[in-house]
Design a protein around this ligand. Structure first.
Ligand code: ZN
Length: 235
């Protein structure tokens, strides 16, 4: 399984990083976790075959996580001439939000049916669901108060697990659901997430605690790369 960090930045392009988008290539499928506004640029840079992507899994509807979907759809319709079915899965409200996002980005586009089968799947928190060759279990997390819901995902594919927190304040589910491999724990048995909380006890007050985990994880990049980790990570 290959995981490509197409974008791991915030909504502001901090550090020159692109909006959130992870590409996962497994044995029989490939999929995206989030598709932020800059994702098509990133996928082009990385040489990612968009027509091979079966599923786009979105954590929430903010533009830095969902804003790339209209670009992806137009690219599929007119540029790559996609024929393969596509599933876009996300929190409740997806079916209503999708045409609104398409119409806002490209007027009239929501009225043009795609030339391929498009499935919009609204997921329910804590309910496992199979989407082709992957199985996902969403969990509610805490982000902007007025909108939502906001999901974290535990994704099983090829006998491996990926856990992704999405945007969230510190919530217990992140610690519980992240089976961080033992090789990433320190001598006290703490995972990077535990250590991030210890180093920054105010993390629970921040809207983007994942940045904290990512920074801690980046310190361990050598170990991750060298060890060929195929387990879970939290960002
Ligand atoms: Zn957000």
């Amino acid at each position: 399984m290959d995981v490509t960090f197409v974008g791991c930045g915030d909504a502001f392009g901090s550090g020159g990083r692109l909006n959130t988008c992870f590409h996962v290539r497994a044995a029989r499928t490939s999929f995206l976790i989030d598709c932020g506004a800059s994702s098509l640029i990133g996928m082009n840079r990385c040489g990612i075959d968009r027509n091979a992507i079966d599923t786009i899994l979105v954590t929430h509807f903010h533009a830095d996580h969902f804003g790339g979907v209209p670009f992806f759809m137009l690219d599929a319709q007119f540029n790559t001439k996609r024929t393969r079915p596509l599933t876009i899965a996300g929190p409740p409200g997806l079916r209503e939000f999708y045409p609104r996002a398409m119409e806002t980005a490209f007027t009239g586009s929501s009225k043009t049916p795609p030339r391929f089968e498009l499935n919009l799947v609204e997921l329910e928190s804590a309910q496992r669901r199979s989407l082709g060759d992957i199985t996902v279990r969403p969990a509610r997390v805490r982000h902007a108060p007025a909108e939502g819901p906001f999901f974290a995902y535990r994704i099983d594919v090829d006998g491996k697990t990926i856990a992704f927190s999405g945007d969230t304040e510190w919530v217990e589910i992140v610690r519980k659901e992240s089976a961080v491999p033992s090789r990433l724990r320190n001598a006290q048995g703490e995972s990077p997430a535990h250590q991030a909380e210890a180093v920054d006890p105010d993390a629970s007050q921040r809207g983007h605690a994942r940045t904290r985990y990512r920074d801690r994880l980046s310190d361990r990049r050598g170990r991750i790369d060298g060890g060929g980790v195929a387990g879970s990570s939290v960002f």
